[in-house]
Design a protein around this ligand. Structure first.
Ligand code: ADP
Ligand code: MG
Length: 580
């Protein structure tokens, strides 16, 4: 219930609307409490005394009260809904901002589809709780107390007999709640699993088809879908099982009122009007119990949802500005790795085991090593996607952890191995980090990335729309857009991580030549994960990485002479110059 308390705490931002909803609720309860008294008055003073005027008065008042009831009912639910929309709005924004601030290590471990479920269905669950169930339960409790007091005053003996049933009903509800609570968390989890499979299949539809795994995937999905229906049916039967007992209780109460109350009317200690009023109050006693019964599963569900949402909201941001972090104004581009050890969160072995090197400003460094040797990991430490476990990474002599993240990253241009494009035009995507770039600037970087001719050949040129994952473009074309996007930023350090891997040999050669030209200008310090012999030859120095260790460092000629491993890796990894 702790997470629900936090949800309630968030109502504080909407205290005026909440107050309005609460006042409406009180007024609604008051109108409910008055109506049976009008009945009593109309019957005892009107009908029994044969006084038509009193009958009409009481009837007229009842109409007025009914109008009031409608108004207060509207106010109560309208304001409650308004508060719930506000709470959901805040939560959605908060979780989105949080997800953006969370470090790579969080996203390494989190499942996208689970996060999607949290932002959509879990927050909706919380919204329903705030907008509907909360006001229902509070209203039910207020009504229960008010009506109990009134019936106790009216006829305490009869009241005690009837109210004795309330704890029984309460007991039923508690039993119901405990059985359904676990079921509801299970359902939410299963929904997440189902979404995971759905998402995997949407993103990986080509792989599924290529390996003819449609039947297997369909079976996996159907099985989870079945489980979900089964769990849902279990809860539904749990809900349905409670109601017969409630109906039984309500009939027992009516029996008690008609029997015991009827005897009192015959004995003339209770009037017929009082009996009718009493009987209508009973409705107001049973209704709250029903309402709590209806609200209980939603509350249980909301509690489970709130717990999951707050898990993300509370997740620790591992990579963040230190309290005394300073902005990194001017970047010279001298990068120092000093005895850097790094272990990925949750991993048992170190990915980097004591790496030390220093670049000169504007040096072109090629990095060479087998797959999994730690090349990308080294690159990830410079913009602080992860923090070193031991040792330090410094730029111009300053530890990257002492700089503000935003300023640090603004000096670094990266082309990742995997390309992500956003929905929008090609020109939007190239200008992603610099939205105010002119078309000339966009065209210039597109030319460097060997993409201009292709883009110009499209009917809509730079205004061509690409999907969220750049649908309609080949892997190589997407990668070239990503290169152009990076070239447009104000980087002093450029990192190209396997950035021509998805490009055919001929295009790779063209891109690399263009990039080599660019880097020969020595406008920035550049790290290139080497794939071509020309890159290695062009590089001022080559770092040779093997199993997390820096095993050799030097120019191509030096390494050719001194390192047998270098020759072997060149042989196996690096594409020979293509004959164009
Ligand atoms: N996000 C991650 N979480 C855990 N281990 C990782 C992660 N990324 C890479 N590794 C591991 O770290 C090692 C180095 O990986 P990486 O730097 O990507 O190699 P390279 O880029 O040289 O191919 C590998 O053993 C890999 O399994
Ligand atoms: Mg890599």
């Amino acid at each position: 219930m702790q997470p629900l308390k936090r949800v309630l705490g968030s109502l504080n931002s909407y205290r005026f609307i909440t107050f309005g909803a609460f006042v409406s609720l009180l007024m609604l309860t008051a109108t409910n409490a008055v109506t049976p008294q009008l009945f009593r008055w109309g019957i005892d003073q009107g009908i029994a005394q044969k006084d038509l005027q009193t009958v009409l008065y009481s009837g007229g008042l009842m109409v007025l009260i009914a109008i009031g009831r409608g108004l207060f009912n509207f106010g109560q639910s309208f304001w409650a809904e308004a508060v719930s929309q506000g709470v959901a709005y805040d939560l959605r924004n908060r979780i989105f901002t949080k997800i953006q601030n969370l470090s790579f290590s969080f996203h390494d471990q989190a499942q996208t589809s689970q996060l999607l479920t949290r932002i959509t269905s879990d927050i909706e669950q919380i919204r329903t709780f705030v907008g509907t169930s909360l006001i229902q339960v509070v209203g039910a409790v207020v009504t229960l107390v008010t009506i109990s007091v009134i019936v106790l005053i009216m006829n305490w003996k009869l009241a005690l007999i009837t109210l004795g049933m309330v704890p029984l009903a309460g007991l039923l509800m508690v039993r119901f709640l405990t059985t359904t609570q676990t079921l509801f968390s299970k359902i939410q989890e299963q929904l997440g699993d189902l979404n995971s499979v759905l998402q995997e299949n949407l993103l990986g539809v080509r792989v599924v088809k290529a390996f003819v795994r449609e039947p297997a995937e369909r079976e996996r999905y159907t099985r989870l879908n079945n489980d979900l229906v089964k769990a849902n049916m279990q809860t539904i039967s749990a809900i349905r099982n409670v109601f017969p007992y409630i109906f039984l209780l309500s009939n027992l109460i009516t029996l008690a009122v008609v029997g015991y109350g009827g005897a009192q009317v015959i004995g003339k200690t209770f009037t017929i009007g009082e009996l009718v009023a009493f009987n209508s109050y009973l409705l107001f006693i049973l209704q709250p119990i029903f309402l709590i019964g209806f609200a209980a599963p939603v509350i249980a569900q909301a509690a489970a949802s709130a717990q999951r949402v707050y898990e993300v909201v509370d997740a620790e941001i591992e990579i963040r500005d230190r309290p005394n972090a300073v902005p990194f104004e001017k970047c010279g581009g001298r990068i120092t790795f000093e005895n850097v050890h790094f272990r990925y969160p949750g991993a048992t072995t170190e990915a980097l085991k004591g790496i030390s090197f220093e670049t000169k400003p504007k040096e072109l460094i090629a990095i060479l090593g087998m797959t999994g040797s730690g090349k990308s990991t080294i690159m990830n430490l410079i913009p602080r996607f992860y923090d070193v476990t031991v040792g330090s990474v410094r730029i111009d002599g300053r530890d990257v952890r002492d700089l503000t993240l935003e300023s640090l990253r603004s000096h670094i241009g990266i082309v990742f191995q995997e390309t992500t494009l956003f929905s929008g035009t090609i020109s939007d995507n190239i200008a992603y980090a610099k939205p105010d770039a002119t078309l000339e600037e966009v065209i210039e970087v597109a030319k460097t990335a060997q993409m201009h001719d292709f883009i110009s050949s499209l009917p809509e040129g730079y205004e061509t729309l690409v999907g969220e994952r750049g649908v309609g473009l080949s892997g190589g074309q997407k990668q070239r857009i990503a290169i152009a996007r990076t070239l447009l930023t104000d980087y002093s350090i450029l990192i190209l991580d396997d950035s021509t891997s998805a490009v055919d040999a001929k295009t790779a050669a063209q891109i690399q030549d263009a990039l080599d030209d660019l880097m020969r200008l020595h406008t920035c310090t550049a790290f290139v994960i080497a794939q071509r012999i020309s890159t290695v030859r062009n590089a001022d120095r080559i770092l040779l990485i093997d199993k997390g260790l820096l095993v050799a460092c030097g120019t191509h000629d030096e390494l050719m002479r001194n390192s047998p491993l270098y020759g072997a890796i060149l042989e196996s990894q690096v594409k020979k110059p293509t004959v164009v």
